[in-house]
Design a binder for this molecule. Structure first.
Ligand SMILES: Nc1ncnc2c1ncn2[C@@H]1O[C@H](COP(=O)(O)OP(=O)(O)O)[C@@H](O)[C@H]1O
Ligand SMILES: [Mg+2]
Length: 425
């Protein structure tokens, strides 16, 4: 921790049906000897006394008077870590603060209020009124340029040199930094509400915006619930807009859903050492525990796992799955960040998460091996998978073309779909 960083803050939450936040509790972060960080959280008494109080997450921070503490995840409780910026947002904040390594508390306090989920953080005992200052659809061109600049200066490692233009663009990008993920992105508002804008990088192998848009459509055709998306042209380039499913615009403000990643549900970290906990099978168990409709959600997770295997989405790590709560009940969030990959091997591809007795192997019999944990009979699971396989094989190309993916890009991604090893016994 840097010496100036505050070590405590208040945690705010926007309750179901409300558009303004209330104070839920207090979070403190202390660094002990040998650099061990310990986080503490306690709900406020007045919060606990509310009839409509909700827990900040479904597993770790139950609504009680006790003081919770953790030394996992650098002292950040999972729900707080999920509300904190990830790779892209951290990069923007580092630039803004001119610090190579701001503290976790700096990251929490410096990211604006458009973060995923319903939480907010601040130094005041009472939450500020929602600012509702968002970049607008019209700002997309400037945001795209800003993202390009940040990617370029980060790649060429010229962190020290910044001109006025850089400073302006950083200010634009700061709105939206709390969204996770590594790809350049921003949050924008239009008359329908809030969108995550994902920019193509100049070094992308194909038009990512159009390909991701196509994958969301293909997933929908496979009976998967997905985030809404569209592609818009900005300065001659495509930008993917994904509708925020954790915000709903209503007259006078935004409703917010709480949101917790699968990383948190699995009590796992983003590190290689933690990968033994990255598992669809374990995630299905957690969904059965926390979701109001366990059967429905476990079956949906099974479909997503099969879909990822069938499009070679090997970036299906636990931050790319989440549960949300629009009211008291938790459920699997709509699917997002669906991207095909084209590894050289035609025999074996591995998902990022364990998917059966054979580990991460994206293979039909492996995916079926633990179907009971997804509350599916074997013949049911087999039918789901066979339908999806047929659907993807028959329609991926037409879906991609109608989403505006070029013939050339279709050729580039062709080997992602139903790769030969999928059916190998
Ligand atoms: N439509 C959405 N609504 C709300 N939150 C979202 C949405 N899409 C993504 N997110 C959140 O933003 C994060 C980053 O988005 P993602 O599409 O995964 O970007 P990246 O490609 O950089 O990983 C996700 O991990 C998730 O927490
Ligand atoms: Mg992602």
């Amino acid at each position: 921790m840097t010496s100036e960083a505050p070590s405590e803050c208040y945690v705010y939450v926007t309750l179901p049906g409300e558009t303004e936040a209330v104070t839920a509790g207090r979070f403190a972060l202390a660094t002990h000897r040998h650099g061990v960080a310990e986080g503490r959280f306690v709900y406020g008494r007045s919060y606990l006394a509310r009839a409509n109080a909700v827990a900040l997450d479904p597993i770790e921070l139950k609504l009680t008077t006790r003081t919770y503490n953790t030394v996992a995840f650098s002292g950040l409780f999972g729900a707080l870590r999920d509300a904190s910026p990830d790779y892209w947002g951290r990069l923007v904040i580092q630039r803004h603060l001119r610090q190579a390594s701001p503290s976790e508390m700096d990251y929490l306090l410096h990211s604006p209020d458009d973060r995923a989920g319903a939480l907010g953080f601040g130094l005041n005992p009472t939450p500020p009124a929602p600012k509702r200052i968002f970049n607008q659809r019209l700002d997309l061109a400037a945001l795209q340029t800003a993202a390009d600049t940040l990617v370029a200066t980060n790649d060429s490692n010229t962190a020290g040199r910044r001109n006025t233009h850089d400073l302006q663009v950083e200010k634009l990008l700061l709105l939206g930094t709390s969204m996770g993920g590594a790809r350049p992105k921003a949050v924008i508002e239009d008359s329908d509400g809030l969108w995550v804008a994902k920019f193509n990088r100049r070094d992308d192998a194909w038009n990512s915006a159009r390909v991701e848009h196509a994958m969301l459509q293909l997933a929908r055709a496979c009976a998967i619930t997905t985030a809404d998306s569209r592609v818009v042209k900005v300065g001659g380039r495509d930008v993917l807009l994904v509708k925020r499913f954790d915000r709903e615009k209503i007259p006078g403000g935004y409703l917010r859903a709480r949101m917790v990643s699968a990383l948190t549900l699995l009590r796992a970290e983003d590190t290689y050492q933690s990968r033994n906990k990255w598992s669809y099978v374990l995630l299905a168990e957690e969904l059965r525990r926390v979701c109001a409709e366990p059967q429905h959600n476990a079956a949906e997770l099974f479909r997503r796992m099969c879909f990822n295997a069938l499009i070679s989405n090997i970036d299906d790590h636990p931050r790319n799955h989440a549960v949300i709560a629009r009211n008291q009940d938790w459920c699997l969030s709509p699917a997002y960040d669906l991207t095909p990959a084209t590894p050289i091997s035609q025999e074996r591809r591995d998902l990022a998460m364990i998917c059966g007795d054979g580990g991460r192997y994206a293979n039909a019999s492996n995916l079926l091996s633990q179907c009971a944990r997804f509350l599916l009979e074997r013949d049911e699971a087999q039918a789901v998978m066979a339908d999806m396989q047929a659907q993807i094989k028959a329609t991926w190309h037409a879906t991609a073309r109608s989403a505006g993916v070029s013939v050339r890009d279709c050729e580039k991604i062709a080997t992602a779909f139903v790769y030969p090893g999928f059916d190998q016994s």
